[in-house]
Ligand binder design. Structure first.
Ligand SMILES: *Cc1c(COP(=O)(O)O)cnc(C)c1O
Length: 372
């Protein structure tokens, strides 16, 4: 391998857009207004327009977007939330943070998103909300989830932290659920220079509650109608996100092109490739393959200079944080945790790096196979 292939390069987008980012930061510094100002308002409008939602409310992080989104939808102590068993732990932590209880739903192992067929089985009398996650940038089957929720009087909040720009049919993720939570953590498809998040929603009353909740429960200074928190998107992050937002579709196209290259290059290998549900257009936050000897494959790729990661090695129900729920075994989540491997994918991978990754994955997979 001539040049090692990094898993992620969060500085690449900054290098690409440095003059525009400098100009945006300069604007904020000159205005001298740093919290909840015109940059946040403008970004909220632009991002709402991008996803096709009526409202967007900027907050501090993806976790806060989920937590406050749930609270704004009325989810609280005594409620159950149906959540994927194979998500990043933040999805579950948000449910716990608002006093509700996560109830896991196993995924469709081909697409990694929650299997709507299983919702009926896990429904409890206390269920208030379904919380699908568009994991790895693959849109969950929102039509089925929404139909199930409507027929049982539930609300739907989706976790779109990995799905900026993804679509179900003609609609973007963010336009169809009761509320959608976004993260702009630097490594996401749309990333800030630090922590940032937002909630999009079609409902004016939900947006209004979010504006209170993120700002000490206050609509006007020193008047506090609900027990809110401090979770505001700041002007610096909003200004940078405004520079990057018009680039997201182009970056997502480059991710999709890498995914197509991998699909074709690996089709003959003994490796399970990610499958796309024909109802959706993914944005390839991650390209996740499965292999029964994942750790051997990962070690072989590391030796060849290709960085990979595991999303995620321990499912939430097996974390110490959730020992109290005593959920027992969740077969699919556990099997996926042992088999998934994320290959490098991103808009800034060079043609050489893509070619090197292809070659390394082919060699590594065949070597692991020969050793068995
Ligand atoms: C990143 C992420 C979050 C949390 O976002 P933060 O901004 O890091 O708080 C939640 N859910 C999923 C699926 C994520 O990937």
């Amino acid at each position: 391998m001539d040049v090692p292939v990094p898993f992620l390069d969060v500085a690449a987008a900054v290098r690409e857009l440095r003059p525009e980012i400098d100009a945006a930061l300069d604007r904020v510094l000159s205005a001298g207004h740093f919290v909840l100002g015109s940059e946040v308002e403008a970004f909220e409008q632009e991002f709402a327009g991008y996803v096709g939602a009526n409202h967007c409310v900027g907050v501090n992080s993806g976790l806060d977007a989920l937590t406050l989104g749930l609270r704004a939808l009325g989810v609280g102590p005594g409620d159950d939330a149906l959540v994927p068993s194979n998500t990043f732990v933040a999805t579950w932590l948000a449910v716990s943070a608002c006093g509700a209880r996560p109830v896991p739903v196993e995924p469709d192992p081909r697409t990694f998103t929650l299997d709507p067929e299983l919702l009926e089985q896990v429904l409890t009398p206390r269920t208030k909300v379904v919380l699908p996650v568009h994991l790895y940038g693959q849109p969950a089957d929102m039509e089925s989830v929404l139909a199930f929720a409507r027929s049982h009087g539930l609300v739907v909040l989706d976790d779109a932290a990995q799905a900026h720009g993804a679509r179900r049919g003609d609609s973007r993720i963010g336009a169809t659920a009761d509320a959608t939570a976004w993260s702009f953590y630097p490594g996401k498809n749309l990333g800030a220079l630090g922590d940032a998040g937002a909630v999009t929603t079609a409902h004016a009353d939900v947006a209004q509650r979010l504006r209170l909740l993120r700002n000490y429960g206050s609509a006007s200074k020193y008047v506090h109608d609900v027990k809110g928190t401090n979770s505001r998107l700041d002007e610096v992050q909003a200004a940078v996100l405004r520079v990057k937002l018009p680039r997201v579709d182009g970056w997502n196209e480059r991710r999709a092109a890498v995914a197509t290259t991998y699909d074709e290059a690996f089709s003959d290998l003994p490796l399970t490739l990610p499958q796309v549900d024909p109802g959706g257009t993914p944005v390839w936050h991650l390209y996740v393959v499965r292999h029964p000897h994942r750790d051997d494959l990962q070690a072989e790729l590391t030796r060849q200079g290709v960085a990979t990661l595991v999303h995620y090695p321990v499912p939430p129900h097996r974390q110490g944080a959730y020992a109290d729920l005593d959920l027992g075994a969740l077969e699919l989540a556990e099997r996926l945790a042992g088999e998934v491997l994320s290959l490098p994918i991103g808009p800034h991978l060079s043609e050489d790096q893509i070619a090197e990754t292809v070659q390394a994955v082919r060699t590594a997979t065949l070597r692991v196979e020969q050793r068995r």
